[in-house]
Design a protein around this ligand. Structure first.
Ligand code: NAD
Length: 499
């Protein structure tokens, strides 16, 4: 098999890496290296930033409708190329085809919202705020902005981070995940074909070195980061120190609270699909089922166990329920978490290490694992396990469930399953988590609502998706304007201007 050498995408062109450093891109379903991705040096990133800065003024000065037109073309091209794009995503991420296609459609929600950017960046206007003075506020793009993306949604997250930034007139640099760079390069060609001027969309590939330049270069004005919590925290701290606007999204440890009155068949199906889908490599995956009240877990467990044991794990081509995890390193970390769970006394109900996986040892597959009687303080409770290891926690009542969730460091998503409206209302009011579901397994908001976790799931105050993106990627100028007649009083005054 030939291993292709990938490029960057700078100034509207594919540009070969010059640093001499490369990373391996794997097909997680076979374990084979399929490409070499260049790791940019700081000088290469500087050149990309300069090209973006040079392209920015003309894009800023284009009418908002013309910019929106480019996004519409891009959307159409994405739909025309949907199958090809989904294949690229599957190849480098190990996802199943329907999961990849779902991700594309959710990503397009961000493009759809951005097409409506003219409506979102409208300003305010007041007449006669002082003698002959009108005042208005208007939103202006920031200039060069950057998105640093994770591996687990090769298309949806980069589109959520960048579509609005492009639409409101910025020049955008995407630092794609070095594990899934082919998807970002694929859509770069679509942006070009859609009519986006060269330099407005850039992909620099690389690792920490490339990110360091983006964080420190004074020509970069905003950073949208999505990835793990420890890195999100560093990005927020370093980016802010260098005077940039930063929104940094981290990991999740998401709970599904089940009240005794819930429909248990619905709960079991929702938990298994939201817990194990995409090999649990979703920041909004359900990690933990919190069964409330005497007997709830005992009634649920047989239903869930049967469904978990029946999950089909394998490559996209085999109609699998979920595919491989991203790398051998990720697989080793996940297997080590199972060992820790056992050692700390959680009850192993389904052991993924023993699951029958028919890929002759090839690929980074892990069978589904389920622990019962997991307690706060255990490693598998406190840490995000980015793979198919899920927990059941038992609590005596809803208050205890809320307390356990609120005490956790992470607060990305959460959901409650119940038919009791009062319990649902108490839960949505008291829970300290950013995205909350009621009888919805994965409460990821639709693209026109803001998305953000609480606590260590987010640093900075920006949101992803939603109208807040238009605010994050623009700065407000407030302009007070006076035009005097020849005959008007033009005397000097030292009093502070007042009305
Ligand atoms: P990661 O933090 O390892 O990497 C994310 C990006 O940061 C990549 O582009 C990577 O190259 C870069 N990076 C990694 N280490 C760095 C460092 N020391 N300095 C500078 N840059 C660095 O995350 P990942 O493994 O790619 O993605 C999975 C994580 O992302 C999970 O924790 C998941 O929950 C989280 N995630 C969160 C959301 C959300 O919206 N909150 C969405 C998707 C994924």
């Amino acid at each position: 098999m030939t291993v292709q050498e990938l490029t960057h995408f700078i100034g509207g062109e594919k540009v070969s890496g010059k640093s001499g450093r490369f990373g391996d891109v794997y097909n997680p379903a076979t374990g084979e290296v399929i490409a070499k991705v260049p790791f940019a040096s700081r000088d290469e990133v500087k050149e990309a930033i300069d090209a973006a800065e040079a392209a920015f003024p003309a894009w800023r000065d284009l009418s908002v409708a013309r910019r929106a037109n480019v996004l519409m073309n891009f959307r159409n091209l994405m739909m025309e190329n949907k199958t090809k794009l989904a294949e690229v995503i599957c190849q480098e991420s190990g996802k199943t085809m329907d999961d990849a296609e779902g991700e594309i459609m959710r990503g397009l929600e961000s493009v759809d919202l951005a097409i409506g950017a003219p409506q979102l960046v409208k300003g305010e206007y007041s007449v006669n705020v002082g003698g002959n003075i009108n005042a208005y506020s208007a939103r202006y793009p920031l200039g060069v902005v950057t998105a640093i993306a994770p591996f687990n949604f090769p298309i949806m997250v980069p589109l959520a981070q960048t579509s609005m930034a492009v639409a409101v007139g910025n020049a955008v640099i995407l630092k794609a995940s070095e594990k899934v760079p082919m998807t970002a390069l694929f859509i770069s060609e679509l942006w070009k074909e859609a009519g986006l001027p060269d330099g407005i969309w850039t992909v620099v590939n690389g690792d920490k070195t490339a990110v360091d330049e983006l964080l420190e270069n004074p020509k970069v004005h905003a950073i949208s980061f999505v990835g793990s919590t420890p890195v999100a925290k560093i990005i927020y701290e370093v980016g802010s120190k260098h005077g940039k606007r930063v929104s940094a999204f981290g990991g999740g440890k998401n709970n599904m609270v089940v009240m005794p009155d819930a429909d248990l068949e619905q709960v079991a199906n929702s938990f298994v699909s939201a817990g194990y889908g995409a090999a649990s490599q979703r920041c909004m995956a359900i990690s933990t089922l919190v069964a409330v009240g005497e007997g709830t877990a005992d009634r649920l467990l047989p239903l869930i166990k049967e469904k978990v044991e029946a999950l089909k794990v394998g490559p996209a081509s085999e109609n699998s329920d979920y595919g491989a995890v991203i790398s051998q390193q990720a697989k080793d970390t996940i297997l080590a978490a199972i060992d820790k769970g056992e050692a700390e006394g959680a009850e192993l109900v389904v052991d993924g290490r023993k699951a029958p996986i028919t890929t002759e040892g090839k690929g980074f597959f892990i069978g589904p694992t389920l622990f019962d009687n997991v307690k706060p303080g255990m490693y598998i409770h406190e840490n995000e396990i980015f793979g198919p290891v899920r927990n059941i926690v038992r609590t005596k009542d809803l208050n205890e469930a809320i307390q356990i969730i609120n005490d956790h460091e992470l607060g990305n998503g959460v959901t409650i399953f119940t038919n009791n409206g009062y319990a649902a209302r108490q839960f949505t009011t008291e829970i300290e988590v950013g995205m909350v579901g009621v009888n919805v397994p994965i409460p990821i908001p639709v693209g026109y609502y803001n998305f953000a976790g609480f606590k260590a799931s987010r640093f900075g105050d920006g949101h992803m998706f939603g109208p807040d993106q238009a605010r994050f990627f623009t700065k407000t100028k407030t302009i007070s304007e006076r035009w005097l007649k020849e005959s008007d009083d033009k005397e000097m005054s030292f009093a502070f201007p007042s009305n």
